[in-house]
Design a binder for this molecule. Sequence first.
Ligand code: DBV
Length: 248
Amino acid sequence: MTLYQPFLDYAIALLRDRLDLQPYPIPTGFESKSALVGKGKHQEEVLTTSTAFSAPKLRQIRAAHVQGGKSLQVLNFVIFPHLNYDLPFFGADLVTLPGGHLIALDMQPLFRDNAAYQQKYTQPILPIFTAYQQHLPWGGDFPEEARPFFSPAFLWTRPQQDEAVETHVFAAFKDYLQAYLNFVDQAQPVTDSHSLADIEQAQLRYLRYRSEKDPARGMFTRFYGTEWTEEYIHGFLFDLERKLAAVN
Ligand code: DBV
């Protein structure tokens, strides 16, 4: 069992329980990919597996799970709502590298500085955020340009111990995901054309930022090469532009 497998198992079980999940296509060759990395007794298999679903209000629910031994574990899990909902993205980036753990967990807002939006989608999360702050303190250094894409309830932390990940981070992940599904339950479709245009712009802004700045690009390129990596990023991980191009 690897560090983030229980997170993924929990998420899928909860989603199945609460949503009408449908399969979401994963491009051929991207469901599972492995490479041998390192030399001699340091050689490790690095396996990346993908999981994806859709649901009535959610365009894409997807996970990328990287397993490369004790000092390389990643679960990147994102939910992209359909473009006729003002729902935030659910974003989890759970990363274990030789230097330690790096945890990012948030309901990433479409409209960061809109007071009504914050009232609707951040206020209810603040008590959860605050409850975990004492065990999971602010992780420090953080790219300034990424700030617009995170809410005031952004849990950003770099725990030293595996145990903190297995206990506090796992508990926070469960609480955030449950709270997100409560938002999904309540969400009503947006029909006003101005609001719909704003949502599409905000989704594209987020998606372009993430696909351009994907912090995993270097790692994937080293393991699997440029061609595979770029196709994985644009054709699966952050696929909205491709999907929009396909219908227009
Ligand atoms: N990050 C991804 C995907 C990953 C992934 C799809 C499947 O978006 C992994 C893999 N994140 C990953 C790895 C690292 C990070 C770091 C491997 C370490 C990179 C390294 O140190 O070499 C949140 N993730 C990070 C960082 C942040 C995030 C802020 C530190 C990056 C830095 O310091 O430059 N989540 C990430 C992020 C956004 C988000 C940037 C922006 C909206 O939602």
